[in-house]
Design a protein around this ligand. Sequence first.
Ligand code: HEM
Length: 423
Amino acid sequence: MTSTTTAGPALGEIDLSDHDRFVDGPPWAMFDVLRREAPVFWNPEPAGNKGFWAVTRHADIVGVSRDEATFSSEIGAVNLEELDQRQMEIRKSMLEMDGARHFALRRLLQRDFSARALAPYETFLRGLTATTLDAALAKGEFDFVKQVSADFPIRVLARLLGVPDDDADQLIAWGNRMVGNTDPDYADVLADTPESDQYRDLPFRSPAALEVFAYGDELARQRRGGDGDDLVSKLVNRTPEDGAPLTERDFHNYFLLLVVAGNETTRHTISHTMKALIDHPDQMALLQERPELIPAAVEEFLRWASPVYHFRRTATKDVELRGQQVRAGDKVVIWFPSGNRDEAVFDDPYRFDVQRDAKEHMAFGKGGPHLCLGNQLARMEVRIMFDELLRRVSSVEQTGEVRRVRSNFVNGIKSFPVRVTPR
Ligand code: HEM
């Protein structure tokens, strides 16, 4: 399917802070207009928030990501919410740090997330995928999110964290409550309502965070001083390279980040990819005929899916960006899906083409110090999932409506009914 750029909304009608504009999927028309007419766009916000600069061109997103001296992750939050200094301190994980401490915390697990360290998990992942798929395919008709996309990444994470498989459903529920904090189906307390004020000190303003901390504490207690090779043991028994041990708060926020980051994003990539393959049967047939194309096609899957909408930086000084005067303290928000449809980088960007060279996609961020730590793991999961799935099915049909998460942060699919004919 090729779609050409249309006139789209007028600039005055654009509002990327409004979650309701995202319920029918990414607001592509808004992104197209912004890239074309206002690549650094001042987006006002509802009272109480200051507004932000929306950066939508691929090259500018890379530029902002790379320049942490000018666009800091530490002096403000990395989402749109505005926190005071105390809340920033309490809530910050490595995502909300710059410089040496960020580097030291990242290095703590960086090698464990390298392609080489993950290679031995290939057999385990294939086994897990087979179990997930065989159970789903036996049903014939099912919800793809529930049976396939949500199940698999969390089981991988459970294995890496060294927690029982039986806890997987609980981990999924925590992730939903936190990342889905603006969706009434998921959140206990909607983060964009005054009621959530009482949870301002918690990540995602979600009471679920307290449960995740308690769960992590118990794992840490069991593993401290041991020689386990799971990620929790490594976190509690290793010292960061800067010599400063992890505080209790560092551990809480690191643990929570791993539970959340590795869960939703991979799930939504798998769902979006399945949807794209159903909508583009020629591309699905091609991969079934030539499965050797799948590893490279994963980059196109990621470009297409763009599961994370944005992250924010905060300007440390006055700076000019594409002719706009950004002031010190302004929120500068980078929109990854827009970069993934930038016609200056991707030829005919709305064409789903599993043979295109999509390496420049920015689903994991691009070029900066916060580039997704789990990118190799996510790639491996998606590759194995579709390698196993496509060899097992002759066709997949969508049988009902796709329901999406109400969020301008995560481009998520909540339910996706399908019928599958096995080979
Ligand atoms: C398709 C799946 C995934 C997507 C699309 C994704 C996307 C992202 C993005 C956009 C960032 C921020 C990049 C930036 O600001 O420059 C990020 C950071 C991060 N991701 Fe992922 N992610 C995925 C899977 C995972 C997995 C499986 C894990 C680990 C289990 C993970 C762990 C992290 C961590 C720890 C960070 C923070 C890195 C830092 O601050 O240095 N992610 N991810």
